[in-house]
Design a binder for this molecule. Structure first.
Ligand code: ATP
Ligand code: MG
Length: 418
């Protein structure tokens, strides 16, 4: 019997897997430099946290969750997203009683039972950042700038930022009613009609052309924002511009989760086909109260690691080979192996990335392995070298080879590689 990775999942294998690490690191680096602390929460939570926190009417809760019963009879769900877990942890640990905002970042695996296709998986990876407990347009703008800087640091050129405001509990209800009134007059299927009553804003997000065609004259939140929301949004826009960001106002941008208020944004990459969102987020001022906490206005984002790697591939950025060693050691014989082994260990302790030939293959096979390893230099040790107390250092690009005394090889290689 053989096994395969379950549908909608895949293995990250070298060397491509190195890009996943690079992306994770690059997307989180700007937040780490901005005072966001690292948080790690469990991969599963009480099902109720997501059904209440993410929103009963979202696709995530209605059809995408991996829910199971524990042996103790508790309903648990593999986390489909990170925000609700972070909020739960902040409430559980009472962090909101200290200095605000609480700034946190995280990274890990998320699970959604989705229709598997390119860029849409059932197990995927995100980097997220959340700032909880402050209502300040500079905080919304900070997070957006940090995400944009993360993409830019990877060399991505074609990431676009879409921006919108979803209003607040003052102005959204009247808009919601106006939108419902408009939507009820359209020719829509049964499911969509139900959605009008539960979460009409999500109808605006319907991707079907026949639905979009009917939405041309739909009322927009932008035209219904209260004075406070309008001023807040203008401030966010001004701050983004001041930091050198360009964006497109998208009055139809709504997001998959129910808890968003005010600032909403998405990062789009046009090289990805239908799964074009590489990241997104927004303000969620009501989430804390929805899951039993105090008022804790907050803002955050989640960036897709898998899709960001695909975006880099689409821009031809996956060219250089990451994660390879710098030096490859080739012992010619058993005595040479005994001598070169501690040398390899010493080089590694000195920060040099070294691999060596294993399995006692002949010199030809070992040199082939050295070439394949991506190393710049091979260290070759034969009987004559042992007698001379030296090792051959071969530049694998030029083919030049010189004997270096064993006692000096660490310093010589460190010099060559610096
Ligand atoms: P989409 O509209 O593509 O379904 P979403 O609104 O559900 O995205 P979020 O919940 O905001 O996505 O997640 C943030 C990011 O995580 C997305 O922009 C995307 O890059 C990534 N992401 C979401 N779902 C998946 C998935 N099933 N497979 C791979 N990446 C995903
Ligand atoms: Mg989705």
């Amino acid at each position: 019997m053989t096994f395969q990775a379950p549908k909608g999942t895949f293995d990250w294998m070298p060397p491509r897997s190195e890009w996943a690490l690079i992306v994770r690191d690059a997307l989180s680096a700007p937040a780490r430099r901005a005072g966001y602390g690292y948080i790690e929460t469990p991969a599963f939570e009480d099902t109720g946290l997501f059904s209440r926190g993410v929103g009963e009417s979202t696709d995530i809760v209605t059809k995408e969750m991996y829910t199971f019963e524990s042996k103790g009879g508790q309903s648990l769900t593999l986390r489909p997203e990170g925000t609700a877990s972070v909020m739960r942890a902040v409430l559980e640990h009472g962090l909101y009683g200290g200095a605000l905002p609480i700034k946190l970042w995280y990274s890990g695996s998320y699970f959604r039972y989705e229709k598997a296709q390119a860029g849409r998986y059932r197990h995927f990876s995100q980097v997220g950042a959340e700032a909880l407990g402050a209502e300040d347009p500079a905080l919304d703008a900070e997070l957006i700038v940090l995400a944009a800087d993360g993409y830019a640091s990877l060399g991505l050129k074609n990431v676009r930022l879409l921006l919108n405001s979803l209003g607040c509990k003052e102005c959204r209800p009247a808009y919601r009613a106006a939108l419902q009134e408009f939507l009820r007059g359209l020719d829509l299927d049964e499911d969509t009609r139900k959605r009008i009553e539960i979460n009409p804003l999500r109808v605006l997000d319907d991707k079907r052309p026949e639905v979009q065609a009917q939405l041309v004259n739909a009322p927009l939140m932008t035209d219904h924002l209260c004075g406070a929301c309008k001023a807040y949004h203008e401030e966010v826009r001004g701050l983004l511009t001041s930091a050198g960001l360009t964006y497109t106002d998208d009055p139809r941008l709504v997001r998959g989760l129910d808890y968003y208020t005010r600032t909403t944004f998405e990062f789009i990459h046009d090289g990805l086909g239908a799964q074009s969102a590489v990241g997104g987020g927004g303000r969620y001022d009501g989430l804390s109260e929805m899951i039993g906490g105090p008022a804790l206005p907050s803002v955050g984002w989640a960036l897709g690691v898998d899709r960001t790697v695909l975006a880099m591939e689409a821009e031809g950025l996956l060219t250089e080979r990451p994660g390879h060693v710098e030096v490859f050691a080739v012992p010619l014989g058993e005595e040479a192996r005994r001598r070169i082994f501690p040398l390899v260990a010493e080089l590694r302790r000195n920060g040099v990335a070294v691999d060596m030939a294993f399995g006692g293959r002949g010199v030809k096979g070992a040199m082939k392995a050295a070439d394949r390893s991506g190393a710049r230099y091979a260290l070759i040790l034969g009987d004559r070298d042992i007698e001379a107390g030296a090792v051959q250092v071969k530049d694998l690009t030029t083919g030049d080879q010189t004997a270096v005394p064993l006692a000096e090889v660490v310093d010589v290689l460190k010099g060559k590689l610096s």
